[in-house]
Design a protein around this ligand. Structure first.
Ligand SMILES: Nc1ncnc2c1ncn2[C@@H]1O[C@H](COP(=O)(O)OP(=O)(O)OP(=O)(O)O)[C@@H](O)[C@H]1O
Length: 350
């Protein structure tokens, strides 16, 4: 492990914890406290420097919250190292992707899904109380404090794309394809409800071990959503002012994913009913954090009454050919979503 000296200088090396678009995260020892910490060292690029200052602004807002009670990473300030700005965080153990992978991608038992989903809903509730949208929620941005602890505790990390709900810039979508809410993708105004959509997809991944919409491009992602849930309601599509290019064609995946309940236990049915409310296409209809926590899926004693050891499965249906999402004669790209691909039976129901 590296030392963080009195002048707060560090040298990146084998202590690398992670790497991202903004730089690296390294494990260091803070010589004043003698504690291991995680230091996010941003690249010296001017755009990234500006982004780092936005992240610092958001982290300052979050100081009003108790990180432990709010399930968000504890931030301990920042320092400059030459041209670079570095952020100091509590050291966490592993991200949820790795945690799920270590369980052979089988999905977690109901007790753990409930516990982790409850903690993340609590995190969104706290973010909402200070008017912050995370805007990039996914298993890679959620970390386990200590994988050997039971029940495991989780924290939300990386507020690099977060913004006050009152200052959202529609159309400025840089969030991760495969987790971002439809309204964000469509360039519409968005708010805290977009994090709830992402959390719905995280919940499915916790329960099944695999992503529901594993897409690398906007076209595939939108296609997965429409095939499984139908197209967004007309009043949503009517407000789309899509200025960018039509999401790429030619690389379409030929898969659709369906949630299959192997044994239709009550716990599983409740879980699917909750997920459907988290993944409401219309953000106004989406369930809120306090409603999630009051959902029967969280009722005490559920896991005792309905032990759910068999994880939910995701069935992958292969198609012979791709389906056009857009019809040339219609008005705007997102009105070109062909009604013919509306599923007869929406997949998110048993
Ligand atoms: N507090 C922490 N403790 C331990 N590891 C961490 C911590 N914060 C971040 N990491 C590791 O570093 C990785 C990158 O962190 P982070 O997402 O904050 O950086 P980023 O540059 O914004 O990433 P991206 O470009 O993917 O958005 C994480 O996925 C995680 O593995």
């Amino acid at each position: 492990m590296l030392a963080l000296d009195a002048n707060q200088r560090i040298t990146p090396s084998e202590a690398l914890l992670g790497e991202g678009g903004f730089g690296i995260v390294a494990k260091c020892r803070d010589t004043t406290t003698n504690q291991a910490v995680a230091i996010k060292v941003n690249k010296s690029d001017p755009d990234i420097l500006q982004q780092a200052h936005v992240e610092i602004f958001i982290l300052e807002q979050l100081r009003r919250l108790d990180p432990d009670a709010a399930n968000i990473v504890q931030w301990n300030g920042f320092f400059h190292d030459g041209e670079r700005v570095s952020l100091k965080f509590e050291l966490l153990d592993q991200c949820l992707w790795d945690y799920i992978r270590d369980r052979n991608k089988q999905g977690l038992p109901i007790s753990e899904v409930r516990s982790i989903l409850g903690q993340l809903t609590n995190a969104l509730s706290h973010l909402g109380s200070v008017g912050i949208v995370h805007a990039d929620l996914k298993p890679g941005k959620i970390m386990v404090v200590n994988r050997h602890e039971s029940p495991v505790k989780v924290r939300l990390i990386d507020f690099g794309l977060a913004c006050p709900a009152s200052a959202v810039m529609p159309g400025d979508c840089v969030a991760t394809t495969g987790y971002c809410a439809p309204e964000v993708m469509l360039g519409l105004p968005y708010n805290e409800a977009s994090d709830m959509w992402s959390l719905g997809l995280v919940a499915v991944e916790l329960a099944t071990g695999v992503p529901l919409y594993p897409s690398e491009n906007d076209y595939d992602y939108l296609k997965f959503i429409i095939e499984t849930q139908g197209q967004p309601p007309d009043h949503v599509l009517d407000s789309v002012q899509f200025k960018g290019s039509v999401p790429g064609t030619g690389h379409e995946s030929l898969e659709t994913r369906y949630i299959i309940l192997t044994r239709a236990e009550a716990g599983q049915r409740l879980f699917v009913s909750l997920i459907k409310e988290m993944l409401a296409l219309d953000a106004h209809q989406r369930i809120t954090p306090s409603q999630v926590l009051r959902h029967p899926f969280f009722s005490p004693g559920l896991s005792n009454r309905f032990p759910w050891e068999v994880a939910i499965l995701v069935k992958i249906k292969k198609k012979k050919k791709s389906i056009p999402l857009f019809k040339a004669e219609q008005r705007t790209p997102y009105h070109h979503i062909s009604p013919s691909i509306r599923p007869k039976t929406p997949c998110l129901q048993k």
